[in-house]
Structures are given as structure tokens and as C-alpha cells.
Design a protein around this ligand. Structure first.
Ligand code: ADP
Ligand code: MG
Length: 667
């Protein structure tokens, strides 16, 4: 059902909802709070002056409205609380006056001046604090669409359209686990009465999400197993060995093993669907180049898709360089959004005629107007598991190439085998020889001078530096370091001698590309950014990274970030600045092994903090969190497989709709 059909959502709100990715009824009711605030009643007798307080009570006097110049206004009234009568004033809420009737139950949040016995309120809500507390849902909003709007729409939808909400848990499992129905669970998650109830409802919704995800994986695995549509190439082993001889370095044994596995796939009847997993810098690219070369040897075309144009361009030049020495010379082309129509047409035409052997670009490579003469292999770089039903997209175009995915997200093996269950997995664990391990330092905020001194030394050596902050700009409820504040600080310290610039997610992609290009060319020495520093960007002269408020990032993210340095032959440094959570950060100091870090991260976060439903970014589940919900994942994996192969449920409409959803999804 279209979200526009929910009562109270007009055309304007509809546009705003679309803007944050809500199109259907299901999207709306699963727009989960990203955080909960617990409002606990304060004891006014105990709080010190100017402390933030939350109290509930009844309005005792008719609010008096005062108007000031420039349209400002203020309401004053008295409130009877558990701890006596207090004055309340609130600015610019004249519109509330008519609702603040005598006897109305309200919750007041604000600052208490104990001398004057007045609360200056920042917010007033209607209702009372049950059991001394109230749990409030906080949603991701957008300008024009408030938390309150969202909450109202969601609750209206739950009330009036509850029957139309999809539920993907088969009745056997509903009963087995004694789950509440979907509508009840949603109601609780959006309006939690208690933490215990909330937890219970979350588990039910997480299970459902993981069940349908694992059903999809299991189903695709079954389908792929039966499929015998692969290209059976004839490639002699000696041709492979000839390539090894011309490489500028010796392959690690993990790289060799991966290449032989791919070789088997390319020469077999089954269609390749392989994941190549290896830490940043482990040398996945060369493996994919060899795969593409072998594919081209037997007369097929290859396409390499990178997540951004910066990375595509980087691959293009690396590949040109490496292929120079290869026995057979191939025609390679780079397809970019910034090329003129004529340039693009020319590439399209040469792809259709088969003149181009390898084409490199972004996901546009498999979009509509691109036609290949005989596409035999698609390599996807740095693509995360989610958002990868590219096979469906390719199949829909009538293409049946082999597929190789590359991922630098190190995850424990049991995990990999679960969430990538529909693929074969090759893992590169061993790093190329001769790498100098990055030195990691932990610093407290008050040690900023040391940090600046370390930076100064690095700059003197003509090296470049990445500086990372968790936020772009100041926000009301947070005192985290921001990119903009750091720019000012860095300018003060180094601005007269070095060029400093910023890059972040809110910038247009052309502007981002330009900055990255300038950093690569060493026109910028200090680059300050959020975590948008692209995965895979390679600037060997950048030998230092400073991460502020490091405790705010997951260990895996820190590891990915740190992987941006230590790429050349220079000793690289990483400085983690934080005043808290040092135990976790110690792990970063003690190891550079991504798999070890992810195991530790997993262990530490395994217990799960209930209020951290915010996603890690790479795995975009709406409520489940693969790290915290591992047990639920494993159960969902087993149940969904049982359900899939259970022939007695063959014609069940739920099963059919699950399968239809897979066929129609191109994400
Ligand atoms: P990633 O796995 O992160 O994509 P890359 O493929 O970009 O890593 O490799 C990182 C660097 O290591 C590249 O400069 C590459 O040429 C180099 N490299 C790859 N394999 C080896 C090897 N066996 N020995 C030495 N250097 C290697
Ligand atoms: Mg790479």
C-alpha cells in the first residue's frame, strides 16, 4: 500500500516522506526510532540550580502570554508537581496556550532555577510519566517533517491500516517462539511502555527481518546450484603460470589459492558467484586483473565496477600499468559520468562491437544503454553484501556472466558463510611481504599538543595527513568534534605553511572528486573529513591519520579508516584521540589484523547495547544488527532453510510472496 493513502498524509508530507526513503505503508511502520530517550522524573528538592530537569504535573493557572518585539513570545503558568508548585515559562510556544488548560497533565523538560522556583522549559509534552519514567522514540527526520509528525503518521497507520502490514514470519515459527503479532510488536517498538516489553518486541522484529533475509540467501543458493548456464572456458594452466612470471612481485600463497579457485570456476560449467574477501591492502586487485585477463584470453569481455569514479579511475591506471607486461595486449577503457555524450557513445559502440576487452567504471556499466558483445565476467569491487542482487539485474538484461565480488570488510568465517551463503568464498589472510605495520597511538584530548607535534614532524617530512571527525558541523545535543571546528584548529596550527581542506558526505560528488584528486596530487597536505574517505582510496604519500572522538566509531570502521595509510614504503602512524573507551581502543593499538579486530569487535559488542539500533552502515538492516543479533541470525538461518525445503508448505502464500519479492528485487 502506498504511504500516501494513510490518513492525514497529504501531498506535501508525502514528498517529505519520500525524501527519507518512505514510499509504502511497510516503509513507514518500519521507520524505527534510531534512539530512545528515557525521561526520568527529577526530584526538584534534590537538583542543583540550572540542572536539566524533567517533571510532570497538572497545570494550575491559565498561562499568561507575553509578546516581545521581533515576534518573540513567552508563556508563564504554574504547575503542581509531586514536589510542590513551580513556575514554568516557555518561549515561542504561544500556540500551546489553548491546550494548556487548567488540570491538563503535562511533562516539562527544562532548566530549574531553585532560587526563583521557576523552570525555563525547552519542551512541553502532554501526558504523565508512568512509573516515574517515559520512553520516547526519536526518529531520523528531515526539515519540515518533525519527530512528532512521524510519530503521528506511524501511529495512525498502525491504528487504521494494521491489517495491510506485511508479516513474513510463517505461522509455525510464530507459534513456536510465541511471538506477538506484527502490529502489536510495531506498536511497542514505536511507543514502548517498558524496556522489557521493548526488548521482546525488538527480538520479534529482528527475527522477522533476518528470517526473510536468510530465506533469500538460502533460496538463491538453491537456484544457483541447479543453474548450469556457466561459460565453460578452455584455458591451459601454463597460460596462467606465464602470467605469474611477468608480475612485478611474487603473489602470496593466499592470492595464488584464490586465483586457482577462480580458474576452476572459469573453466567449469557452473556459473561463478564468488566472493573474494581480504583485508585492505591484501592485494585483491591483482587477483581480479588475472581473472579478467583469463576471461579475455578465451574471447570474452570483462567489466570492473567500482563504487565511485575516483576508485574506478585509480583501478584504470593501475591495470594499464600491470597489463603492460602481460603476454597478450588488451584494449581497456574507462567509462565516467563526466565524459561527453560523444565519448560515451563511442565507448558504447566499441563495447557492442567487442572491440573493448575490459571496461572499468561504476554501476552504470550494467545499466540500460550499455550493451556488450559477449560479457563473460563482472568484477564488483568493495561492494557490500547488501544491495547486491546484481545477478537479477544482469539476468534481466539477458546476460549470464560469471561474477566476482571483492570485499574488504573482514568478518569472522562463520558469519561470512552465513550472510554470503549463496556464494563461494575465497579469503586472502596473508599480507604481501615487506609491509611496515602502522604504529598506533592513543591520546587523550588534553594531549592535543603531542598530536599536533606528531603531525608537524610528518608534514616536515613532506608527508600528508588525514584527519577524521565524527560530525560535519555542530549539533544541538552533542559535543563531538566536528570537521568544521577541526578545520579552524588545523588552520591555526598549520594554515600558514600547508594547504588544508575538507571533504564530507554533504558535498556534491564532483566537488568531492576534485578535493580527492588534489589530495592525491599533494596539492592538499591535510585532508579533514568524516568517514566518507572512500574505501579503497590509495594515496601512498599519506602516512598519518588522526581520528578524533575515536570511541564513537566501531572497531571495524576504525580499521577501515586506518587502512588508508600504510600503503607505501613509509612508516605510517595512526593517532586515536579519545577520553573514553580506551579498553576497546587498546585493541587497535595492539593489532593490525582485520580479522582479529572484527572478532574482538564482535565479542565486545556481542552483548549488545539495546539502544544502539543505528546501523553500522555497511549492512543496512532496519532493526537487526548482525553483530549483536548473531544468535537470532543463526536461528533464522536454520528455520528459513527448513521452511524453504519443506514441501508441505510448498503452495503457502507466504512462501510464494517471499520468493516473488526475491525475483522482483534488484537491490
Ligand atoms: P586491496 O586488497 O585493498 O584492494 P590492492 O589490490 O590495492 O589491495 O593492493 C595493495 C597494494 O599492494 C598495491 O599497490 C599492489 O600492487 C600491492 N601488492 C599486491 N599484491 C602484492 C604482493 N604479492 N606483493 C607485493 N605487493 C603486492
Ligand atoms: Mg581494492
Amino acid at each position: 500500500m502506498d504511504v500516501g493513502k494513510v490518513k492525514g498524509i497529504g501531498p506535501k508530507s508525502l514528498l517529505l516522506l519520500n525524501k527519507i526513503g518512505i514510499y509504502t505503508l511497510d516503509d513507514l511502520v518500519t521507520h524505527y526510532p534510531f534512539r530512545y530517550d528515557i525521561l526520568k522524573r527529577s526530584n526538584l528538592r534534590e537538583v542543583s540550580s540550572d540542572e536539566k530537569v524533567i517533571v510532570d504535573g497538572k497545570v494550575e493557572s491559565i498561562p499568561i502570554l507575553m509578546r516581545f518585539k521581533a515576534g518573540l513570545n513567552k508563556l508563564n503558568f504554574r504547575l503542581v508537581t509531586e514536589h510542590g508548585v513551580v513556575g514554568v515559562s516557555i518561549f515561542n510556544r504561544a500556540f500551546m496556550k489553548s491546550n494548556l488548560t487548567i488540570g491538563a497533565n503535562i511533562i516539562v523538560i527544562g532548566k530549574f532555577d531553585s532560587k526563583k522556583n521557576i523552570i525555563t522549559a525547552s519542551d512541553i509534552k502532554f501526558g504523565a510519566l508512568n512509573n516515574q519514567e517515559k520512553i520516547e522514540s526519536v526518529y531520523h527526520c528531515t526539515s519540515g517533517l518533525t519527530n512528532k509528525n512521524l510519530s503521528t503518521y506511524i501511529n495512525t497507520a498502525l491504528l487504521m491500516n494494521g491489517k495491510e502490514i506485511s508479516d513474513y514470519i510463517p505461522s509455525i515459527y510464530q507459534e513456536k517462539y510465541q511471538f506477538s503479532n506484527k502490529k502489536t510488536a510495531l506498536n511497542i517498538v514505536h511507543n514502548p511502555p517498558t524496556i522489557e516489553k521493548l526488548k521482546e518486541a525488538q527480538i520479534r522484529l529482528k527475527y522477522e527481518e533476518l528470517f526473510s533475509f536468510m530465506f533469500k540467501i538460502n533460496y538463491l543458493k538453491e537456484v544457483h546450484k541447479r543453474e548450469k548456464s556457466g561459460i565453460e572456458r578452455v584455458i591451459r594452466k601454463t597460460e596462467l603460470e606465464n602470467i605469474f612470471k611477468v608480475l612485478p612481485f611474487e603473489l602470496t600463497s593466499d592470492q595464488q589459492k584464490a586465483i586457482y579457485e577462480i580458474y576452476e570456476d572459469l573453466t567449469s560449467k557452473s556459473r561463478m558467484n564468488r566472493l573474494l574477501q581480504g583485508d585492505v591492502g591484501s592485494g585483491k586487485t591483482i587477483v581480479s586483473i588475472i581473472a579478467m585477463y583469463l576471461n579475455c584470453l578465451s574471447g570474452y569481455q570483462s567489466a570492473l565496477m567500482a563504487p565511485t569514479e575516483i576508485l574506478a579511475t585509480q583501478h584504470y591506471y593501475n591495470i594499464l600499468e600491470l597489463l603492460k607486461n602481460f603476454p597478450l595486449s588488451l584494449s581497456i577503457e574507462l567509462l565516467k559520468g563526466s565524459q561527453t555524450k560523444k565519448e560515451k557513445q563511442d565507448i558504447y559502440q566499441r563495447l557492442a562491437s567487442g572491440e573493448i576487452d575490459i571496461v572499468i567504471g561504476t554501476h552504470t556499466l550494467i545499466q540500460e544503454d550499455v550493451h556488450y558483445k559477449n560479457l563473460g565476467l563482472v568484477v564488483t569491487d568493495e561492494q557490500h553484501r547488501f544491495g547486491v542482487n546484481q545477478r537479477a539485474l544482469l539476468n534481466a538484461k539477458g546476460l549470464m556472466p560469471d561474477i566476482l565480488y571483492m570485499s574488504a570488510t573482514p568478518i569472522p568465517r562463520t558469519y561470512a558463510l552465513t550472510i554470503y551463503g549463496d556464494m563461494d568464498v575465497s579469503i586472502i589472510k596473508e599480507m604481501p611481504k615487506g609491509r611496515i605495520p602502522i604504529q598506533t597511538y592513543l591520546k587523550k584530548e588534553e594531549e592535543i599538543r603531542d598530536v599536533l607535534e606528531l603531525m608537524n614532524q610528518e608534514l616536515k617530512e613532506k608527508h600528508q595527513i588525514y584527519v577524521i571527525a565524527p560530525l560535519i558541523e555542530e549539533s544541538e545535543n552533542s559535543d563531538l568534534t566536528t570537521v568544521l571546528a577541526l578545520r579552524d584548529k588545523m588552520n591555526l596550527a598549520f594554515g600558514s605553511r600547508y594547504r588544508i581542506d575538507i571533504v564530507h558526505g554533504k558535498m556534491a560528488s564532483a566537488a568531492k572528486d576534485l578535493i580527492m584528486q588534489e589530495f592525491k596530487q599533494n596539492k592538499i597536505q591535510i585532508l579533514i573529513s568524516t568517514t566518507v574517505i572512500e574505501v579503497g582510496v590509495d594515496v601512498p604519500n599519506a602516512s598519518m591519520m588522526v581520528i578524533f572522538d575515536a570511541h564513537r566509531f566501531g572497531l571495524s570502521t576504525l580499521h577501515q579508516l586506518r587502512g588508508r595509510v600504510g600503503r607505501g614504503s613509509i612508516q605510517s602512524k595512526c593517532v586515536l584521540v579519545s577520553n573514553s573507551d580506551t579498553k576497546r581502543l587498546e585493541i587497535m593499538k595492539n593489532t593490525t589484523d582485520g580479522f582479529e579486530i572484527s572478532e574482538e569487535d564482535f565479542k565486545l559488542r556481542g552483548h549488545g547495547d539495546l539502544f544502539g539500533t543505528k546501523q553500522s552502515g555497511d549492512m543496512c538492516f532496519k532493526i537487526a544488527n548482525l553483530k549483536q543479533d548473531f544468535k537470532i541470525l543463526m536461528q533464522a538461518k536454520k528455520d528459513s532453510l527448513d521452511y524453504l525445503i519443506d514441501t508441505t508448505t510448498d503452495k503457502e502464500s507466504l512462501k510464494i510472496s517471499l520468493i516473488n519479492a526475491i525475483h522482483h528485487s534488484t537491490d
